[in-house]
Design a protein around this ligand. Structure first.
Ligand SMILES: [Mg+2]
Length: 354
């Protein structure tokens, strides 16, 4: 089996950088994209000059103006950004068709077994960054690693306009000194539990901590432990797992949870029908997943283990996304899906993650 290789590409201050292509005279000024202070808007993206004043994504525009009185504020133009994202996708496709966009400006590429650059993911990442700069006049940061989530973390190390590689030999070293807050899924709530257990670095999250983590955080605690060890959820053979899902773009952007739940209820019915049509006898449901796409086109997904499509599970997943990931944005699309697995003998050997 080929050793897994992932490249994570994250564009540098994407929305602003796209805007500056059309307004080069603003290059040397603090610039941000977002809603106006008069409409109680928030900052979507700020360029690095504005960031020096403390302006950042998610901040109220009024606050941003206070911190940086010279800030040039531009309205968001999602059409323009989406057009660039399509071009990015075309560049990525030269190297792999296994591409997952996390938002308009961030994508995870699985380049395992690809023949380009003699199979070197590091060179592929360098070529991709060069192509983006040459063809789109934009810069991207990239991370390369044998695990998908580590590639994402790596992409932040030399940001902006940088590359960082974690080889399989360096995974343990890299994780040892890593702040646990860098691990996906470790938000303020999880971090306070970890901190109380004396875990600030991944190397503090030892095997002895597992019972405590599971006690306070449930199965999520176990996932966190795995991530701190450099274990990514066992990637099952793709042929054995399939995904069945439905999604709907809402007629208007939604800021009301009840409406969101109603939509989810009707998606539930359609998915339930789809499952009875498509599932064979030797299939078993292993997960429920809910996805929300927000008004800035970023996507959040969450999932829970399940043996059927379960209304309570789905509703609480949606509530979780709504409470923890929405951050005031409206919801424009809801997706609901299940992962279905072909039943296999329990004593079949599990393949190691890589
Ligand atoms: Mg970015």
């Amino acid at each position: 089996m080929d050793e897994k290789k992932f490249i994570h590409i994250d564009m540098d201050s994407f929305f602003v950088s796209v805007e500056l292509l059309d307004a080069p005279h603003l290059q040397s000024q603090p610039v941000a994209v977002g809603g106006s202070a008069a409409e109680r808007g928030v900052i979507s993206t700020a360029n690095y000059i504005a960031r020096e004043y403390g302006v950042k994504s998610g901040m109220a525009t009024a606050t941003a103006h206070r911190l940086c009185p010279n800030l040039v504020l531009l309205p968001t133009r999602f059409d323009a950004y989406e057009a660039v994202t399509k071009k990015l996708d075309a560049i990525f496709r030269r190297y792999t068709d296994k591409i997952e966009f996390l938002s308009l400006d961030e994508a995870s590429l699985d380049v395992t077994g690809q023949p380009h650059c003699n199979g070197s993911a590091t060179y592929m990442a360098a070529h991709i960054r060069a192509a983006i700069e040459r063809e789109l006049a934009l810069t991207a940061s990239a991370g390369v690693a044998p695990l998908r989530y580590l590639a994402k973390i790596a992409s932040e190390v030399n940001k902006p306009n940088g590359l960082f590689v974690i080889t399989p030999q360096n995974v343990r070293n890299f994780l040892d000194d890593l702040d646990v807050r860098k691990i996906p899924g470790v938000g303020p709530k999880t971090y306070s539990v970890l901190e109380n257990l004396g875990c600030r670095l991944c190397s503090d999250v030892t095997e002895e901590k597992i019972p405590f983590l599971m006690h306070y955080l449930g199965v999520h605690g176990f996932y966190v432990w795995e991530r701190c060890q450099g274990i990514e959820e066992h990637e099952e053979k793709v042929s054995d797992i399939k995904s069945l899902g439905v999604e709907r773009t809402l007629p208007s952007d939604c800021t009301d949870f009840e409406t969101c739940l109603e939509e989810l209820g009707s998606l539930f019915k359609s998915l339930d029908d789809k499952i009875s049509d498509a599932c064979e006898d030797d299939n078993t449901i292993i997960k429920n997943l809910v996805k929300l796409k927000f008004s800035d086109f970023s996507i959040s997904t969450t999932e829970a283990p399940a043996t059927s499509l379960c209304k309570d599970t789905v509703n609480s997943l949606c509530r979780m996304l709504w409470d923890t990931r929405r951050q005031g944005r409206a919801v424009r699309l809801i997706g609901l899906s299940v992962k279905v697995k072909k039943k296999v003998n329990d004593d079949m050997q599990l393949e190691l993650p890589w």
